[in-house]
Design a protein around this ligand. Structure first.
Ligand code: 5GP
Length: 191
């Protein structure tokens, strides 16, 4: 069992609607030292891939993305969420359906900060159906850059996002892999 899986068993709560609450250490109150350990593990997996940019989406992936980027010594690009239909020509944009909020947003990054020279690692707190990550992949493709991998702290494998990204030829590395959540209990892939 990974350190994150142990922490989920100790501190995580399963909410209705297939939501896992880990906001005491990952995405609301952030345990910086612990998240930095996760960042180091992500670095160890992708360190030979020539990554020069980490891409995440606001807001809950920002902490992990920054704590990961310090090991790569590279910037973090935070895709903004917008409900506005008037997207300017200065941005790359993609539509993303939100699993937690049940709404569609547009995610966007400035063309100034993403380009064809970029070798990008996508980092987020959760991988569920994969919509957020697929939207971020779309932004990198629009810029002509290369997605070197996707790394989310927690993957809910049963929701299919992992397989969806693997089918796109992407290296997906998650630090906790949930097989299922039943009656308030969390089961991991190796259980
Ligand atoms: P996906 O787009 O892969 O369906 O969902 C990923 C996004 O939804 C992440 O950015 C994350 O913020 C949010 N999310 C998905 N599942 C959960 C969950 O179980 N708990 C929390 N806290 N956020 C989740």
């Amino acid at each position: 069992m990974t350190i994150l899986e142990e922490k989920i068993l100790k501190e995580g709560k399963v909410l209705d609607g297939g939501i896992l609450k880990v906001d005491g250490f990952l995405n609301h109150r952030v345990d910086v030292a612990f998240s930095a350990l996760l960042g180091k593990e992500i670095y160890n997996h992708f360190k030979d891939c020539g990554i020069n940019k980490i891409l995440t989406v606001e807001a809950s992936g920002i902490g992990l993305a920054c704590l990961t980027a310090q090991f790569f010594n590279c910037p973090v690009l935070i895709a903004k969420k917008s409900k506005s239909l008037n997207i300017s020509s200065d941005v790359y944009s993609a539509k993303v359906y939100s699993f937690t909020h049940k709404t569609e947003n547009t995610v966007l990054v400035s063309k100034e900060y993403l380009d064809a020279n970029d070798k990008v690692l996508i980092v987020d707190d959760f991988l569920a159906n994969g919509n957020a990550c697929v939207g971020l992949v779309e932004l990198v493709k629009q810029a002509g850059g290369e997605v070197k991998g996707v790394s989310c702290a927690i993957e809910k494998t049963h929701q299919g996002g992992h397989q969806r990204l693997v089918d796109m030829g992407i290296d997906v590395y998650s630090l906790a892999r949930i097989k299922d959540m039943v009656d308030g209990k969390v089961y991991f892939m190796e259980d």
